[in-house]
Design a protein around this ligand. Structure first.
Ligand code: NAG
Ligand code: NAG
Ligand code: NAG
Ligand code: NAG
Ligand code: NAG
Ligand code: NAG
Ligand code: NAG
Length: 338
């Protein structure tokens, strides 16, 4: 048998590795100790090349066990790659389509990468075990693809702090396991889809700092939000359906929109801790029940509210700046009512 230069090299390399191991280690057990699946290995090598071999992936050395590499994780029984988490890296380029060739991924993260551009590759829909997708603080652009709704195991979808434009795909509400959706800090336009009333589980929804407009669908009143953040958009009309006496709601942020509705009769769930409705056109008075809440933050400033500020509970923990610029609010911390 002729020894090719490659086999000779790998023989020498094996000898070199063995020299670091206890003598009882046979070359057979060394081969066994490589856990990395060869298909995953090939996909990761292609991903590294597509990202122009960045320093961040320097530990992805050819012919080493990919289960030992930085920013990836193998499942301890199947040895398949289940996580790829790239955070704060100096990487320029697009999300490689080869991420779709890591079929057992449950977690895919690209975060805080200024020079990551382009859109989300459609190959991502091959990742049927994906539960967490976080592509945030990057410079991804274009429309948010509606094919994300094919990732039916998704529990958490985070696309915030990007340059996404266009409207919110209504299909996202069909994700049966979703409990967190962050689309805030993009350039999204259009209305909030009617279908967003179909979320079946308790959910955190962040849509703030976009250019969303129009009225919010009545159907949102059916959803058990834990957090609903709609701040800094161009939304208008009624948002009173978000205020319910039951449910899990902890945070309501409607600030800096054009909402106009009567606050007098809204109900507060006992868990509500954060309420910011500042900079809208909300009228009526502040319901007495607000004194029963364990409030951490309250801001009703810059609206058209009137009447006596309820006295008691946590309400007077907030200074006049939480109440000022209304039509005729009075009482502590503002001036006494006449
Ligand atoms: C991003 O790209 C710019 C321009 O090509 C470059 O100067 C910069 O170093 C890159 N990386 C980061 C982390 O900003
Ligand atoms: C990012 O990497 C590029 C190319 O490798 C390099 O020129 C640049 O200085 C790096 N930028 C930062 C902020 O590290
Ligand atoms: C997007 O790119 C711009 C220009 O390169 C940069 O200033 C900004 O910080 C980037 N955004 C993020 C979230 O990295
Ligand atoms: C919203 O649209 C206005 C113009 O209509 C634009 O000036 C502004 O930058 C946009 N804001 C965001 C967050 O995209
Ligand atoms: C709140 O009460 C309404 C009306 O009784 C009911 O339809 C809804 O399912 C309840 N929501 C939660 C989250 O319990
Ligand atoms: C708001 O609703 C209350 C209670 O139904 C009512 O008394 C009040 O007149 C309404 N305020 C305005 C400005 O419509
Ligand atoms: C409430 O909002 C107003 C207007 O944006 C702001 O000036 C004030 O500081 C806020 N109050 C608190 C407690 O943050």
């Amino acid at each position: 048998m002729e020894a090719s230069p490659t086999t000779l090299l790998s023989f020498l390399f094996t000898l070199f590795l063995l020299s670091f191991l206890p003598t009882s280690f046979s070359s057979r057990s060394l081969a066994k100790s490589v856990r990395c699946n060869k298909h995953d290995y090939t996909a990761l090598m292609k991903i590294k090349a597509a990202l122009h071999n960045p320093y961040h992936l320097a530990s992805w050395v050819p012919n080493t066990d990919c289960c030992d590499w930085y920013v990836v994780e193998c499942d301890s029984t199947t040895n398949r790659i289940v996580q790829l988490t790239i955070f704060q890296a100096n990487i320029s380029g697009q999300i490689p389509s080869e991420v779709g060739d890591l079929p057992y991924l449950n977690t895919l993260v690209f975060r805080h990468i200024t020079n990551l551009t382009g859109n989300i590759p459609s190959t991502i829909t091959k990742l049927k075990y994906l539960t967490m997708l976080r592509l945030s603080w990057t410079n991804l652009s274009g429309q948010i693809p509606s094919f994300l709704s094919k990732l039916t195991n998704l529990d958490f979808l985070e696309l915030n702090y990007n340059q996404f434009t266009g409207s919110i795909p209504s299909s996202l509400s069909s994700l049966p396991k979703l409990t967190g959706l962050r689309l805030d800090r993009n350039k999204l336009t259009g209305t909030i889809p009617e279908s967003f009333g179909n979320f079946k589980q308790s959910i955190y929804l962040y849509l703030s700092h976009n250019n969303l407009s129009g009225e919010i669908p009545k159907s949102l009143g059916k959803v058990d939000f834990v957090t609903i953040d709609l701040g800094r958009n161009k939304l208008q009309g009624d948002a009173s359906m978000l205020f319910k006496s039951n449910g899990s709601i902890q945070t309501i942020d409607l600030s800096r929109n054009m909402f106009a509705f009567n606050l007098s009769n809204v109900k507060f769930a006992t868990n509500l801790q954060y309420l910011d409705i500042s900079h809208n056109k909300i009228y009526g008075s502040i319901p007495e029940a607000i004194t029963g809440l364990d409030l951490q933050y309250l801001n009703v400033s810059y609206n058209r509210l009137c009447g006596k500020i309820p006295q008691g509970g946590k309400v007077q923990n907030f200074d006049s700046y939480s109440f000022y610029h209304n039509k005729c609010l009075c009482g502590s911390p503002l001036a006494a009512c006449k």
